[in-house]
Design a protein around this ligand. Structure first.
Ligand SMILES: C[S@@+](CC[C@H](N)C(=O)[O-])C[C@H]1O[C@@H](n2cnc3c(N)ncnc32)[C@H](O)[C@@H]1O
Ligand SMILES: [Zn+2]
Length: 302
């Protein structure tokens, strides 16, 4: 149970917001003083999704396998490096605040890093490697994601949670948050982040994976709208932004993984994707193009 124990102090009941403690009374669980109880899976993650129907946006086990396989190619490693750099800079800024900004925590690159909708925990692991004193938590709606993320890094824990609902974290308990290609709710992020803490958001630009999308048979991996992104993050100030763009040489199997790890997997069979891609010339020169945006949570309490 080491994983969840790492972040227990920061966790809060997703129903009432009370503190959570470990209990072994009826199998491993997390319980709050009001008696709300949450399962701790044998594989090390906590189930902190509340409510009956789960939104169907949670990635399936097959999508997570495709994502892990694709990420192991290293094609998104520059994104991980950019995220890790942003997290390290954000944690350091918390220690050395700008004049007039929030007071620091006094811990050099320490504190809790949250990876919201963090999938396999790939980006969180890179951030933790860059921040030797930090601990990390992946929250994801998908149990398959939480299972993988729970074993991704010795200083990382994982739990299932809905990014659109109440996050299972105490107020101001997080020192930096990461949001890579995933859903994010601004008001809950503002609540759980400490005043002055950083938020690193990675979104695709219009050029992202353009060669793969040619023919418009794929959905949902296009660019986002930058102004909309900034407007949605109420309570945060933009502190830095850059386009990270580079070409990779993509093998056919990697292309199939790339398609099957995203929203297209909800309506396309792997065999159909393989057949469709077989007609192309391989390897494919593919553009990776993302926007890395850095925000800081304002010093005021909501
Ligand atoms: C495109 S993937 C990105 C995963 C990870 N950040 C990465 O880039 O490898 C989107 C992730 O969001 C998760 N997700 C979808 N809806 C969610 C929700 N409402 N709350 C939390 N996670 C959600 C999915 O299960 C999936 O792991
Ligand atoms: Zn409770």
């Amino acid at each position: 149970m080491g994983g969840v124990g790492l972040v227990l102090e920061a966790l809060a009941c997703p129903v009432c917001g009370g503190p959570l403690a470990m209990s072994d009374a009826a199998g491993p669980a997390l319980v709050c003083p009001a008696g709300h109880a949450f399962n701790l899976a044998r594989s090390g993650y906590a189930s902190l999704v509340v409510g009956g129907a789960r939104p169907h946006s949670a990635d399936s086990s097959a999508m997570l396998a495709a994502r892990e396989s694709f990420l192991s190619s290293g094609h998104y490693q520059p994104i991980a490096a950019a995220v890790a750099g942003a997290v390290a800079a954000g944690l350091a800024a918390l220690v050395e605040p700008a004049p007039g900004a929030a007071r620091g925590t006094g811990r050099a690159t320490g504190g809790l890093v949250l990876d919201l909708a963090g999938g396999t925990g790939y980006y969180l692991a890179a951030a933790l490697e860059a921040c030797a004193d930090a601990r990390g938590l992946v929250l994801d709606l998908s149990a398959a994601a939480a299972r993988r993320a729970a074993r991704r890094h010795p200083r990382a824990a994982a739990a299932t949670a809905d990014a659109w609902g109440r996050l299972p974290l105490a107020d101001a308990s997080v020192s930096h948050a990461i949001s890579v290609f995933g859903p994010r709710g601004a008001s809950e992020l503002a609540r759980v982040l400490a005043p002055g803490a950083g938020l690193t958001v990675v979104t695709p630009t219009d050029r992202h994976l353009a060669q793969l999308r040619a023919g418009s048979w794929l959905v949902g991996i296009g660019g986002g709208k930058t102004a909309k992104l900034d407007r949605a993050l109420v309570g945060f100030g933009l502190t830095g932004r850059r386009v990270l763009e580079y070409d990779v040489s993509l093998a056919q199997t990697q292309a199939v993984d790339l398609v099957m790890m995203g929203p297209n997997a909800f309506h396309l069979e792997r065999a159909a994707v393989e057949a469709r891609l077989a007609a192309r010339d391989w390897p494919l020169a593919l553009t990776v193009s993302v926007l890395v945006s850095r925000y800081r949570r304002g010093p005021e309490r909501n």
